[in-house]
Every structure is written in structure tokens, then in C-alpha cells.
Design a protein. Structure first.
Length: 251
């Protein structure tokens, strides 16, 4: 009897978890084009900053009237950054991004509260679609490679570097970029089970607004100069290694 009474007192003395720690407040808003028209089908991305340097992400597509709703995040995950894009019509993702000297459109940062008014995201600029691959003349096949892209003619402004890669079997890859001139450098390419780091001239190309630009970066793996690496410590280019079984003679 005494033990049961003591247990009841102990249980009652344990504080309940605050409701705010488990309540998820939905985020409502609307995506608009620069002229104020609703951006039907726009993709909205939400990223919440949580304790412990952890970010949570969610996304939603805008309805025909441009409205969207994100289910919400744990209350301790705040603020929430919102960005939007409509790549089917070449509208690039809003906010601060590589290759933009100023923010593109709007990218609101919100702290969700019950009853808060809808948040408006306005699209900014349209870009173009780049489809690229890396072609090896030595084998007549595309190769797996990592490529770094930079903007050209930026008048001394550093607008960052974007790195991307072709597929495991050399399949082409696509990117949406702001209009303008670009420089591409091949960072490394794979040949068999090995990776090689070329030392060669850059490739240049341009991207136009609302257009698809196909770019083939053509190389010859038997003639390319390389730099030293763990797979190629003496920086052989592949033509020099035909008699060396440890280095493949062409990809």
C-alpha cells in the first residue's frame, strides 16, 4: 500500500514533454512569377536548421494557383529557408546560388508560427539547360569523368565553381545554368579501376536562356598529359604505358 502510493507520487512529479517539442507547424505559401502570375507546378524546397548542426529538408509542388504547403518540422528546427524553381519552364532556383552575382528572385527565411500568413516566393531569372558528356577519341566511347564549371567574362568577380560528373558508364548529365559564357575543366577521369588527373586546356561554351545546349568534351586518353596521383604516381599519360601492365593502355 505504502509502495503504491510512493510510486504514484514519483510518476506525477515527472514533467511532461513540452508540446512545442513535438508539434509540427505546417508552412503555407504561394509561388509567383516575376509578373505576379501563379507559378503552377513550381518545386518548393524547405530546409530547417536543427540543433546539433543538423538540417532537415522537405519539398512540395505548387498547385495551379501557385499555393503550396510543407507539413512542417519539429519545433526545435528553426529557422526554415524556402526556395523555389520551375525547371520545366527554365525558371532557376531562387536565392543565393553559384554563378549569380546577386540573389535570384526571393528565398524567404521563416520561423513557423500558428496562424502565420502565407509566405510568398517570387521566381527570378530563367536559364538554359546544359547536357554534357566526355568523349574519348582513343576508344570511341564516352567515359566517366568529373568536370568543374566556372563562369567566363565575370569582370574579376568570383562567382564560384560548380562540379558535376557523367554517369558510371559515361552517360551524359544535365545542369540548369544562368545564361552566359562558361569554362569547363576535367578534374579526373576513370580508366578501368584507376583514376587519372589530366593537365590540359579548358573547354569553353555558352548557355542561352530557354534553350538546351549539348556540349561534348572530347579528349584522347592515350595522348592526354596527366599529373601525379596515387593511381599514377609518375604522371604517365596512357600512350606511354602500353608496355606497363600496371597502367591500362587506353580506357
Amino acid at each position: 500500500m505504502h509502495f503504491a502510493l510512493l510510486l504514484a507520487v514519483v510518476l506525477q512529479s515527472v514533467p511532461a514533454a513540452p508540446a512545442s517539442n513535438v508539434t509540427r507547424i505546417p508552412i503555407h505559401g504561394v509561388v509567383l512569377r516575376p509578373d505576379g502570375a501563379p507559378a503552377s507546378g513550381a518545386r518548393v524546397e524547405a530546409v530547417a536548421t536543427c540543433p546539433g548542426h543538423v538540417d532537415l529538408a522537405a519539398q512540395a509542388d505548387a498547385a495551379s494557383d501557385g499555393s503550396f504547403s510543407i507539413p512542417g518540422f519539429p519545433a526545435t528546427c528553426t529557422p526554415v529557408s524556402l526556395r523555389a524553381s520551375l525547371l520545366s519552364e527554365y525558371w532557376l532556383r531562387t536565392g543565393n546560388d553559384v554563378f549569380f552575382p546577386t540573389p535570384n528572385g526571393t528565398a524567404p527565411v521563416v520561423r513557423p508560427t500558428i496562424g502565420a500568413p502565407p509566405t510568398t516566393i517570387t521566381l527570378g531569372r530563367r536559364g538554359g539547360k546544359l547536357v554534357f558528356d566526355v568523349w574519348d577519341e582513343a576508344t570511341g566511347k564516352p567515359i566517366r569523368a568529373t568536370v568543374s564549371f566556372t563562369r567566363a567574362n565575370t569582370k574579376g568577380r568570383a562567382l564560384g565553381i560548380l562540379q558535376s560528373a557523367t554517369g558510371l558508364e559515361g552517360q551524359s548529365h544535365s545542369l540548369f545554368l544562368p545564361p552566359g559564357a562558361y569554362v569547363a575543366n576535367i578534374d579526373w577521369f576513370s580508366c578501368g579501376s584507376r583514376s587519372f588527373f589530366p593537365s590540359q586546356a579548358a573547354f569553353t561554351f555558352s548557355v542561352s536562356e530557354r534553350a538546351v545546349q549539348a556540349v561534348r568534351l572530347t579528349v584522347n586518353t592515350r595522348e592526354m598529359e596527366t599529373i601525379p596521383s596515387s593511381d599514377n604516381p609518375r604522371a604517365f599519360h596512357l600512350r606511354s604505358c602500353i608496355s606497363d601492365r600496371s597502367i591500362p593502355a587506353g580506357c
